[in-house]
Unconditional design. Sequence first.
Length: 313
Amino acid sequence: MDTHITIASSQSTPTDNEEETLRVPLYPLTAVYTPHSGENHTLVNTEPRNVQMASDLVAGKWGDRSLFCVTLRARDTNRLASVGTLMRLIDTEDRSISGARTWPGDILPTLNRVVVTCQAVGIVDIVNVENGLNLAESEYRIANVKLRSLSKGSFDLHQFSSLASNELPKFARKAVHELPDLTTLNDELDYWKLVDTWQVLCNTIRQAKQTQLQGVINEISVQVAMEAKGPLELPVKRRNLPENVQKQLEEMEQSAAADYVELGMEPILDFQEILSMNESLDRLRKLAAMIKRERARLEAKESLIRAFLTELE
């Protein structure tokens, strides 16, 4: 089964079962949102089409339920994942900026900025996208989607009895001390809350590593700029640095990206895989493997440190 759809060739006819198909606005993103956790999500909209979508949802154009679909989009190919998350609009806040001026005093155009609070309420299969690539600036995509049913009943978790909360990495145990034991999950809603907690942890680690890397890059950039002749211009722009320094910074970013992928806590693709799975047990196995993999990595790292310290004694 193809896990992606191509926007340009998505003019197919909707499914024959109209009762199971919803026609909703489509919001492509470079992030994955898991459903049923009960947590609110915030989407900041500045593109005209996304601002228009929020306005139409608030105005009731899409019915009282204010539903829309978010799905993963590849930046390079513009392909969309064929499985997305159904969102319900909860609230909007207009944070548009008007009257701003440039340094000489010229008035800047109004920056439309709408912040949307929403909640992920289900998983959908994207049947087709009605409008293709050639959209007007304020025109958003519309999709026909089929809502997947939520599994009922409890999981058979006998084989996962060893994968309790102590499987979490040491640095994360305090932060997620309320994470439920995998053996105590009562239904699929509990499972999705657990997935959401692990995804938050993955996002936190990614942000921490990005901040650390950016700090090092900024330090090198400023140091090199200070050694150059003439006044120091802030902020330091990479294109103004010597070519060998630009290459060094690029290599640092590539190395950091490779290290992060090897870490195995990427917060997007693994969770898109979970979202796309049809069977609850397959989803549970995937999450268990993700948690167990991180624990094994940390234990191996600690073993190497202990061995190194023993050699020094």
